[in-house]
Design a protein around this ligand. Sequence first.
Ligand code: SF4
Length: 366
Amino acid sequence: MKPLFSSSVLDWFDLHGRKNLPWQRVKSVYNVWISEIMLQQTQVATVIPYYQRFMQSFPDVSALADASLDDVLSHWAGLGYYARARNLHRAAQMIRDDYALEFPRDIDHVIDLPGIGKSTAGAILSLALNQKHAILDGNVKRVLARYHRIEGWAGHTRVLNQYWQYAERYTPLNRVADYNQAMMDLGSMVCTRSQPQCERCPLNRSCEAHRYQQESSFPLPRPKKPQLIKQTKMLMLCNEQNNVLIQQRPPVGIWGGLWSLPECAPDEDIYAFVETHFGQKIKTITEWETVRHTFSHFHLDITPIKAVVDDPVSRVMEADASVWYNTEPTKKKQHRGFAAPVKRLLERLEMQFQDQSQNEIRREYE
Ligand code: SF4
């Protein structure tokens, strides 16, 4: 056992740790919970504005539980990994219905809430209530992997158990909240993924990777699988009033519950597809350049197709969760959550509509 581990980390925290993040200023279980979910797979600087907007709209469990999923997703749009938002919403409803709006204090009950694993539960209860629980997020794993030169990928149970053993061994009895925050800070500020700043690290005298100058060799990455590429055509069906047809996606799966554009297979005949599914005839069609959106496990190559249809009276059925959406900001229906690439396409479309109407005004005065 390396006896000075936790005290060295705590001494470093006193001088350099983060103590003034928005969720640290007014510390409550709710604030810490929301921040911990947002911080999964996302960096602090990106999270801060999202956190602030989210807390303005949903200041407590009750507000979050009573909100519509659409509203919650619209606050999440751009942060990615939307299952986090759906789970957060479901968990808030469980806390309202099963725990009378009191966040559970027992770690097993916390782990039972949707979207909360062992490390996140430990982080919430330790950071907010100073309960003694170890944490093991990506930053902590990196520090431990280098410190002990842990062989193997953390996705394998045997290796993961080894990580947990170290994490639990070093978690002190006192100042657990500070220690866990310190480990996260150390991983994100000093023991960074590339070019760790070992000269500033409180663990540098006993870190094995540093001793053997093998910092970049740990942690071991996930064994490589070929990255899958999927393709789709996204249809921007516009009517003559410059409305574009949007559809709500099913609640589970990629971009679950968010609003998106109709899609069809790359080899589909667009004219026939639009007529069959929407009862519309296409007047003009333009293909935009393909854009790539990368998910954690595949790339999605999106070819946007702008198609102006001839019938302003839509035969599109509301039962399909399809609506005509006006891209003009003043007419925009608020609280619709769009996935990031869809939002960018709609913004580009809006700019085209604006240019078009300015040209028409100019022509009137010529
Ligand atoms: S000494 Fe370097 S590699 Fe080791 S834990 Fe510190 S920053 Fe990471």
